[in-house]
Design a protein around this ligand. Structure first.
Ligand code: ZN
Length: 158
């Protein structure tokens, strides 16, 4: 099987991301973020949390992102010459499968887009890629699941 998109993220950015998700979810609710990189690259250099774009999207405990939140997202990307490479959100327990909502509502409807699901509301301070659900969007609500060992996503030192 060919991996359409491979993304890289530095250990520092990963740590900052896990910390942001952990604080926002506070062990009681899902949180999430868009993962951003320079246009034409596959390296994630920044992220923007869902609630920074839609302040009420975490209110019910399950992420419900309002479509109007894409407007400030695209403005931010345009200003900073960034593109959305992936998205991520947390789940309560160790289950990082996709819910029906996750499957039928990709945050970005582009083939090759990567979605990461982080276990235990990202409360594990040592969270690496182990236990993370890695999904590549194939279009038409179809996804391919990758094992962390497949290097669809790589955490790099720099
Ligand atoms: Zn989910």
């Amino acid at each position: 099987m060919q991996i359409v998109s491979q993304i890289k993220i530095s250990a520092l950015t990963w740590y900052r991301l896990m910390r942001a998700l952990r604080i926002r979810g506070n062990g009681v609710r899902e949180s999430g973020a868009f993962l951003l990189g320079r246009q034409g690259t596959s390296k994630i250099t920044d992220f923007i949390c869902y609630d920074a774009l839609d302040p009420h999207c975490l209110d019910t405990g399950i992420i419900q992102f309002d479509g109007s939140g894409y407007v400030p997202l695209w403005e931010h990307c345009e200003r900073q010459s960034l593109q959305v490479l992936a998205d991520t959100h947390t789940h309560p327990g160790s289950w990082t499968g996709q819910s029906e909502l996750d499957q039928t509502n990709p945050m970005i409807v582009t083939k090759g887009h990567i979605a990461l699901i982080i276990p235990t509301y990202a409360q594990n301070r040592m969270q690496g890629l182990k236990g993370v659900g890695i999904y590549e969007y194939l279009g038409a609500h179809k996804w391919r699941m990758w094992d962390p060992k497949d290097h669809a996503v790589t955490i790099t030192l720099l």
